[in-house]
Design a protein around this ligand. Structure first.
Ligand SMILES: NC(=O)c1ccc[n+]([C@@H]2O[C@H](COP(=O)([O-])OP(=O)(O)OC[C@H]3O[C@@H](n4cnc5c(N)ncnc54)[C@H](O)[C@@H]3O)[C@@H](O)[C@H]2O)c1
Ligand SMILES: [Zn+2]
Ligand SMILES: [Zn+2]
Length: 337
């Protein structure tokens, strides 16, 4: 089968022909991949800024069809349409047993599909039955967005409660910032400003902006104050400027992944004076069922690929997909396998 794999030496990816993986464990499921997304984190991996196993098949946001499974799998049938949660835990350590599998030092974040183990930029992907979620109401194409929505859904739980009517700013209009904007709008928020420095990206979002009525600007306005700021850039200086714009009682949600070497300066006095909350979001513990429900609720009104600036590519067109994503011509690339 075809697989798009990370080549750690060259900080790049290359198409390889490898055998279809075989089921060796009784709880394994073989999924024929249908749609498989490329995200900002993949660009960090390819750029060598995010740890990743050498020669691994990338792709952690995918939907597909069940083709085979081990003898202990009783909840699936061949032909079931599914999405796969790329993350798992060991189910035994302190963190897993405290409901925080995303902190698991062995079986969670460090063993996830498409980063540590072979993922979904391939014809087939092998996963554990615990990671497979059946779809009943969403098309496989839209379902490629379930994984990013699951991370946003976890973020939503962390920033809640959030009063409707508050001033919200989302920084960075890649797919993640746009999904945050859509979710905030779905939940009744109307005072949303989306900040995006790349004019090509802003141009892509005109239709969605007109329909939903959020503000779309090129830079932060330093004289306004916000109740919630969601950083979706992973850019230290943007986060540092954002904290200065928080209102009394404000919350800063660091969703973007900054390179490990970046440092920012924050005033502890301001944190005291304004009772600020600064939080981060790390992936998607127990969020897949919520994300499937959210994708159903958001529906085509929000998640139409054209309105979002998402474009389909063949796996062989990976260089074009990566280039379009990097230069902001699109907000997301999805491989149609
Ligand atoms: N926390 C999590 O669990 C989680 C999950 C998925 C993705 N992420 C991270 O979220 C971030 C966003 O993902 P994405 O796929 O949308 O990435 P992306 O790179 O496509 O989008 C980031 C956008 O931010 C814009 N930007 C950068 N600096 C800016 C600034 N100073 N002001 C305004 N805009 C600015 C860029 O032009 C770009 O359009 C990435 O860092 C990704 O790694 C985190
Ligand atoms: Zn991702
Ligand atoms: Zn664990």
């Amino acid at each position: 089968m075809n697989a798009l794999r990370f080549t750690s030496s060259g900080k790049s990816v290359a198409l390889a022909t490898i055998p279809v993986p075989e089921i060796t464990h009784p709880r394994e499921v073989l999924v024929k991949v249908a749609f498989s997304g490329v995200c900002g984190t993949d660009l960090h991996i390819i750029g060598g800024e995010f740890p990743c196993s050498p020669h691994v098949t990338l792709g952690h946001e995918f939907s597909g069809t069940v083709v085979a499974f081990g003898p202990q799998v009783t909840t699936l049938a061949p032909g079931d349409l599914v999405v796969v949660d790329p993350n798992s835990g060991c189910h035994k350590c302190h963190f897993c047993c405290s409901g925080k599998p995303h902190f698991c030092p062995t079986g969670g974040f460090y063993s996830n599909l498409g980063v540590k183990n072979d993922g979904g930029w391939a014809d087939y992907c092998l996963c554990s039955v615990e990671q497979v979620h059946k779809l009943s109401k969403i098309a496989l194409k839209t379902a490629a967005l379930v994984e990013p929505v699951s991370c946003v859904a976890h973020g939503w739980d962390l920033v809640s409660p959030l009063c409707v009517g508050g001033e919200v700013i989302v920084v960075g209009a890649g797919i993640i910032g746009i999904l945050w904007t859509c979710l905030l709008h779905l939940q009744g928020h109307r005072n949303i400003t989306l900040v995006e420095k790349n004019p090509a990206r802003r141009q892509l979002l005109n239709k969605l902006r007109e329909e939903l009525g959020f503000k779309l600007v090129g830079a932060l306005e330093m004289d306004e104050k916000f109740d919630l700021i969601v950083d979706c850039t992973g850019h230290g200086p943007a986060i540092e400027s954002g904290v200065k714009l928080l209102n009394f009682g404000g919350k800063m949600c660091i969703f973007g992944v900054a390179p490990p070497s970046q440092k920012i300066e924050i005033s502890p006095f301001d944190i005291y004076l304004k009772e600020l909350t600064i939080m981060s979001v790390k992936v998607n513990p127990f969020s897949f069922p919520k994300a499937i429900a959210l994708v159903e609720a958001l529906s085509e009104r929000y998640l139409d690929y054209d309105k979002l600036g998402v474009k389909l590519f063949k796996l062989e067109e990976y260089q074009k997909a990566i280039d379009c994503l990097k230069n902001g011509e699109i907000t997301k690339a999805v491989f149609q396998i």
